[in-house]
Design a protein around this ligand. Structure first.
Ligand code: ADP
Length: 389
């Protein structure tokens, strides 16, 4: 299987009790299972049993549980799983977060008239309505925030069969968020071109190598063609190197299969599981922070903080807003541009330092200067930041 094919998707199936979430989620699961094995079904009732009685049913506790489910789903889609989550959990902020934080997100709203729900009333939830003794039922006496912009709305009042409902879901085109695309095709072809210049260690790696102790572990985020990772390994460091460009990573894995000091992983470095095995002595990000958006940078900084040992050091080199190419191309976010088909976000040194401090890092070194990463005749000002946990 192609390493990049296991990208996660979240199907968030929502609707009131009796709307058909479990029934439709189950059918969707078995239909997808015919072609995919990286699949998990999280049904609200099963999840409640797993969470146990720790979280109750007040509005704030329901909200807390919805967040729990959302975080669990993201943790699984981060690992490349297709997740089907069937839950009422009708909170705008949770759904918005789902959309922003999963590589692909499909929100399905099962909209069913109350009279049909009362008629179905499989769980006896609505039985007290007539007597006026109902309490704590979502959509009856408990206010809910109905989905405002679901990808698919199905009026599941029984007029269409379950298989047809699932056909509707499957006919929806899955769109991977551009923010998670990582330009893998661009990088695969970039590194395929043989160019001696990009095989030598970078100036940044050469400048810091004397400060890195032999036998220590280093995690490189966005290793590209592995030139710095290999250099670190040759200098006695234990290297974990991550990049999403599957073509180059597959090649590097083949070349370095027997080298015990280096492992290459094809993954999204923002949320890679390799971050959670910790405890690294060093982290290294050269020209990779500008491949991710602001929100992913925040997520990455706190993940790196957790991944480092106490006293561990994070070395960052990144493009600045003072780069002459800043502003060229199509603006796609704050300080972010798509230029020649390629995403780049330019950083402001003070913003980066503030964010590092916010997650708990001490700043050891910070400088923006030319001369850090000259390439050919170009010598743009570049940001270098070194922070310690
Ligand atoms: P939820 O998980 O949203 O509480 P369920 O999946 O348990 O809802 O469905 C409630 C009841 O409605 C079940 O008995 C199910 O068989 C029935 N049901 C759901 N969708 C349909 C449908 N399209 N046609 C007929 N019955 C349905």
């Amino acid at each position: 299987m192609n390493q990049k094919d296991s990208r996660g998707i979240l199907f968030w199936i929502t609707g009131l009790s009796g709307a058909g979430k479990t029934t439709i989620g189950n059918e969707l699961y078995y239909r997808l299972k015919r072609e995919h094995s990286n699949l998990v079904l999280l049904d609200g009732d099963v999840l409640k049993r797993i969470v146990g009685g720790q979280v109750g049913y007040s509005d704030s506790e329901r909200h807390e549980r919805a967040w729990m489910y959302a975080r669990l789903c993201k943790g699984l889609t981060d690992q490349g799983l297709i997740v089907i989550c069937c839950t009422i959990a009708m909170f705008d902020d949770v759904r918005q977060w789902n959309r922003e934080n999963n590589k692909a997100y499909v929100e399905v709203f099962l909209d069913v008239p109350m009279e049909v729900l009362i008629m179905r009333d499989q769980k006896g939830m609505y039985s007290g309505i007539k007597e006026g003794v109902i309490s704590n039922v979502a959509g009856v006496d408990l206010n809910v925030e109905y989905p405002k912009n679901p990808d698919i709305t199905i009026v599941n009042d029984g007029s269409i069969g379950i298989k047809k409902c699932v056909d509707l879901i499957l006919s929806h085109k899955i769109v991977y968020s551009k923010d998670f695309m990582r330009d893998t095709d661009y990088w695969n072809s970039y590194y395929n071109k043989s160019n001696d210049e990009i095989l030598k260690p970078s100036k940044f790696a050469l400048d810091i190598i004397d400060g890195l102790k032999k036998g220590c572990s280093i995690l490189e985020l966005g290793c590209g063609n592995g030139r710095d990772s290999v250099f670190f390994a040759n200098n006695g460091l234990l290297v974990t190197a991550i990049d999403a460009a599957d073509g180059i990573i597959t090649k590097l894995q083949g070349q370095h299969n027997d080298n015990q000091n280096i492992r290459f992983l094809c993954d999204d470095f923002v949320c890679s599981s390799a971050l959670f095995v910790g405890q690294y002595d060093y982290c290294y990000s050269r020209f990779s922070l500008h491949a991710i958006n602001e929100q992913q940078q925040r997520e990455l900084l706190s993940n790196v903080y957790l991944a480092l040992k106490k006293g561990g050091v994070f070395y960052i080199e990144v493009r600045s807003v003072n780069d002459p190419i800043f502003g060229l191309g199509e603006c796609v976010g704050k300080n972010a541009y798509r230029y020649n088909g390629h995403y780049r976000r330019f950083l402001e040194i003070d913003d980066l330092l503030n964010e590092c401090r916010q997650v708990g890092f001490n700043v050891l070194y910070a400088k923006e200067s030319t001369g850090f990463a000259p390439i050919g005749d170009d010598d743009p000002p570049i940001i270098r930041v070194v922070v310690e946990k």
